[in-house]
Design a protein around this ligand. Structure first.
Ligand SMILES: Nc1ncnc2c1ncn2[C@@H]1O[C@H](COP(=O)(O)OP(=O)(O)O)[C@@H](O)[C@H]1O
Ligand SMILES: [Mg+2]
Length: 235
């Protein structure tokens, strides 16, 4: 039996009070542990709304989300924040690094928040992530003195520091050139294979989507396609 990192049942989202607009129309799907899923779809189709709900940053108007088998709708704010911080790493297009802090310090920040302090074990893991993301030569640079690609690598390493079982990424390479984009996706895949981290990644890039284990396409708030890419089919 498959084990699921994420399960959604009839998830709906409505925005607005006076004028209500439903932007997600009852989505149901599950994501297997350790899999790499690409979410594609036109701008405005509901991708970010969906990812924020999956990541418990936003609540569905209706329906249910389970993370690692746990229902999130019945959890209190604190329990939810704890589950999120321990289980999920987020990578956004705009990385929100602390500009004055070094790459190394930025990477360790979620650990510090979760544990109140940074120990030798965490530092060693941060060093490992720095090697993995190829940031050795800039690790002591302040975040605002690095290139866009380097900053994005820092945000990826930061998303991994608490060893989350799930990584949610919203167009993580949207502001980068294509060579850097290729490198970063290769890195995400490597992490997926090395740590069996579950990835759900919103992307505009067809090439990237074709390399995923699964492609889900949203169209006007419904799933219009849910497929295994051609190159993965068969045996
Ligand atoms: N906070 C919000 N308030 C009202 N409408 C929103 C809000 N966020 C998103 N929307 C609307 O929901 C729809 C889906 O948006 P979004 O999830 O950002 O799409 P995508 O990420 O695919 O571009 C759009 O029509 C957008 O205008
Ligand atoms: Mg979006």
């Amino acid at each position: 039996m498959a084990e699921y990192a994420l399960e959604l049942e009839n998830v709906k989202k409505t925005y607005g009070k006076a004028v209500k607009t439903e932007v997600l129309h009852g989505l149901s799907f599950s994501v297997e542990k350790g899999s790499f899923t690409a979410i594609i779809g036109q701008s405005g189709s509901g991708k970010s709304t969906l990812l924020n709900i999956v990541g418990t940053l936003d609540q569905p108007s209706e329906g249910m989300v389970k993370i690692l088998g746990k229902r999130t709708d019945s959890m209190g704010k604190n329990a939810l924040a704890m589950l999120r911080n321990k289980t999920i790493g987020f990578i956004f297009q705009h990385h929100y690094l602390l500009p004055e802090f070094s790459a190394f310090e930025n990477i360790l920040m979620p650990y510090k928040i979760a544990h109140g302090r940074v120990d030798e074990k965490a530092k060693a893991y941060a060093e490992e992530l720095i090697r993995l993301t190829g940031l050795e030569h800039v690790k002591n640079n302040p975040a605002n003195e690095m290139s866009g690609g380097q900053q994005q690598r820092v945000s990826i390493a930061r998303a991994l520091i608490n060893r989350p079982e799930i990584i949610l990424a919203d167009e993580p390479t949207g502001s980068l050139d294509s060579a850097t984009t290729d490198n970063i996706y290769a890195l995400l895949r490597e992490l997926n294979q090395k740590y069996h981290t579950t990835f759900v990644v919103i992307t505009h890039d067809q090439e990237v989507a074709q390399k995923a284990d699964r492609i889900i396409e949203l169209k006007d708030g419904t799933i219009s396609l849910d497929v295994v890419p051609e190159n993965k089919q068969g045996g």
